[in-house]
Design a protein around this ligand. Structure first.
Ligand SMILES: O=P(O)(O)OC[C@@]1(O)O[C@H](CO)[C@@H](O)[C@@H]1O
Length: 603
């Protein structure tokens, strides 16, 4: 892979696989040795680090420790899942495919189901794909972390979507094999095998599935996985759980976890569609080649490192001076902008106004289950018209605006928007996709280029395998990689990250509570007990914890934490200094960049 020789050797790329590397953590929670110094890196180095992290997705299997994306077993399971989907497509009245997940996993379920339903509609076929996202449609555009802990809610939403169906292929997505919401749904499927065939998509080996008790349940995620493993032997359940390596920002499964989810499901569904509509049998080689086409997507995208670096620098500068980044997109590429923007709140503790996405056509284009959500508040205004009315009048040259589109499909509209934005700010950039050899001169494209400070052109080779649909899905993945780099890089440059950990994480569900406690242990070197005590003091904003507080369960703590800010930084300062809560709070107020606020005790 191009860039492999950049700073790191192969051993660093594979270090995370060693049995003694952070042995108590599942892969999805480990910290990536490649990005240990990302918090001190330049924009260019950040992009190169992200490239290397992403390349780990396609590393070959070494030994028997971890299954990988291209492993034999993964390819074979995808073939079997594709065959089940083929059967369902042929019987749309009685059957359906349901994808479900929390946060990014649910958003990708939405993106993928929309894309494949559209493909069916274009062939005059009935739709068979549905999505479920924990917290409902509002979670498509905003952070809703608490419902992830609720298995009953998962079951209720599954029953609702499947009403009247006789055969359901249920695909539960949980990158860390950890979300109780998904565990509940899988458990329900296992109890109703006459209707449901469960498939689990995630990125840890089965033995690393979360084994923490779930409130009022007799099962854990781990026990559900064990039952599925047993049934997988007779193909009554399927596990697709290759390891893709630790995330660039520890635990941020929106990145590789999200990308790999998109790749796996699109490969399976594309194979099923090709088998049904173009008589192309589902073969091992066909599936493998399709996966490899996605590997080339990474190369095509990261061949534009300089262009991506420019965008990271621009976005970083905007965030550093408390201004904003706006993604203005067209078609499904815009959806990737909405998704990326929505993830900044839970990942970086960002305000929804820091990074915002807008889609041409608004909710009409989004076509989500619940329709327009504008009445839920200003963060749900997502149409370009909303941008023009609400944002444009106050836009300054400190804000970064990014146009995201396909050439030549969208250029007329893009040109019009570019002119409007350019009247307010020169800080306008474009990311666009174009097929190789598509040299049709376009005056509009030239105009757009002249209006933009930078343009990132991603050119797609015309490969034999790359049908229109595959090309489109590759463009989506490529856009995801670019935007993940922009928002992650910008927040790193803003000082939101310590080493490769997000310090200011929200503590709004059990997974995040555990992650926060672990992080405090790592950074303060204090015992777990003290760290949890400091965390609770920061959540409840007290110097002395009451018995009621210490005896409450994690759900109560995380509910309370929803209204507290800077919980983990506060706990860290308390641990490192033994200051009172008020002193620690005032210190953080004076130095809002958390990394700098704690640096003096940690370097
Ligand atoms: O159940 P998963 O997929 O392991 O985790 C889902 C989740 O908690 O993790 C993501 C970020 O880490 C969020 O998008 C989402 O809320």
């Amino acid at each position: 892979m191009a860039g492999l020789d950049w700073t790191y050797g192969v051993s660093t790329l594979r270090q995370w696989e060693s049995a003694d590397y952070e042995p108590s953590l599942p892969v999805s929670e480990k910290s990536n040795p490649l990005t240990r110094d990302i918090d001190q890196a330049s924009a260019y180095s950040i992009v190169k680090m992200l490239q290397l992290c992403d390349s780990q997705m396609f590393q070959e299997e070494a030994g028997t420790t971890y299954q990988r994306l291209l492993s034999d077993q993964v390819v074979k399971t995808l073939m079997e899942v594709a065959k089940r989907v083929e059967v369902i497509i042929k019987d749309p009245q009685e059957s359906c495919v349901v994808m479900s997940g929390c946060g990014t996993s649910g958003r990708l379920a939405f993106l993928i189901s929309s894309g494949f339903n559209k493909a069916l509609s274009q062939l005059n076929q009935s739709k068979v794909y549905s999505y479920i996202i924990a917290g409902g449609d509002r979670a498509l555009l905003s952070s809703q972390e608490a419902p992830e802990d609720d298995p009953r809610l998962g079951v209720l939403s599954l029953k609702k979507v499947c009403e009247g169906k006789k055969r359901v292929l249920f695909i539960g997505i949980s990158c860390g094999l950890s979300a109780p919401f998904v565990a509940g749904q899988l458990d329900f499927c296992l109890h109703h095998p006459e209707v449901y065939t469960p498939v689990l998509v995630g990125f840890n080996p089965a033995h690393q599935a979360r084994d923490e008790p779930i409130q009022d349940c007799t099962f854990t995620f781990h026990s559900v996985v064990q039952r599925m493993q047993e049934l997988a032997k007779s193909q009554k359940a399927f596990l697709i759980n290759p390891a893709v390596g630790p995330e660039a920002i520890s635990g941020s499964s929106r990145m590789k976890g999200g990308s790999a989810t998109k790749i796996l499901l699109e490969v399976a569904f594309s194979a099923a569609h090709a088998a049904t509509f173009s008589n192309t049998p589902i073969t091992y080689n066909g599936v493998l080649q399709h996966m490899k086409a996605y590997e080339r997507t990474l190369d095509v995208t990261y061949s534009q490192t300089d262009g991506i670096t420019t965008l990271v620098e621009a976005a970083g500068q905007s965030l550093r001076c408390s201004r904003h980044v706006y993604y203005l997109g067209w078609g499904s590429l815009a959806l990737l902008g909405l998704i990326d923007a929505s993830e900044c709140t839970p990942t970086f503790g960002a305000d929804y106004e820091d990074v915002r996405g807008f889609i041409s056509g608004g909710y009409r284009e989004l076509n989500n289950n619940d329709g327009p959500l504008t009445s839920l508040g200003p963060k749900f205004s997502i149409a370009h018209e909303d941008f023009l009315h609400l944002i444009l009048p106050c836009l300054t040259d400190k804000d970064t605006v990014l146009l995201i589109y396909t050439h030549p499909d969208d250029v007329t509209e893009v040109g019009n928007m570019a002119r409007r934005v350019r009247e307010k700010t020169p800080n306008l950039h474009a990311v666009y996709h174009q097929a190789d050899g598509d040299t049709a001169a376009s005056l509009q494209q030239d105009d757009i280029k002249k209006l933009c400070l930078s343009t990132l052109k991603i050119t797609w080779p015309r490969e034999a395998l790359a049908s229109g649909t595959l090309q489109h899905m590759q463009r989506e993945l490529s856009t995801k990689l670019v935007l993940n780099a922009v928002s992650t890089g910008a927040h790193v440059l803003k000082g939101k990250i310590y080493q490769n950990h997000m310090i200011d994480l929200q503590v709004t569900n059990t997974k995040l509570y555990r992650r926060a406690t672990r992080l405090l242990q790592k950074l303060s070197a204090c015992p777990e007990e003290n760290c949890e005590e400091a965390l609770l003091k920061a959540i409840y904003r007290v110097d002395m914890l009451t018995v009621e507080m210490t005896s409450s369960d994690i759900t109560t703590h995380t509910c309370f934490a929803r209204n507290s800010t800077k919980v983990v930084p506060l706990a860290l300062v308390i641990l490192l200094t033994s200051w009172s809560l008020v002193e620690a709070e005032s210190h953080l107020k004076q130095q809002p960049i958390v990394r700098e606020a704690v640096a003096q005790w940690m370097w």
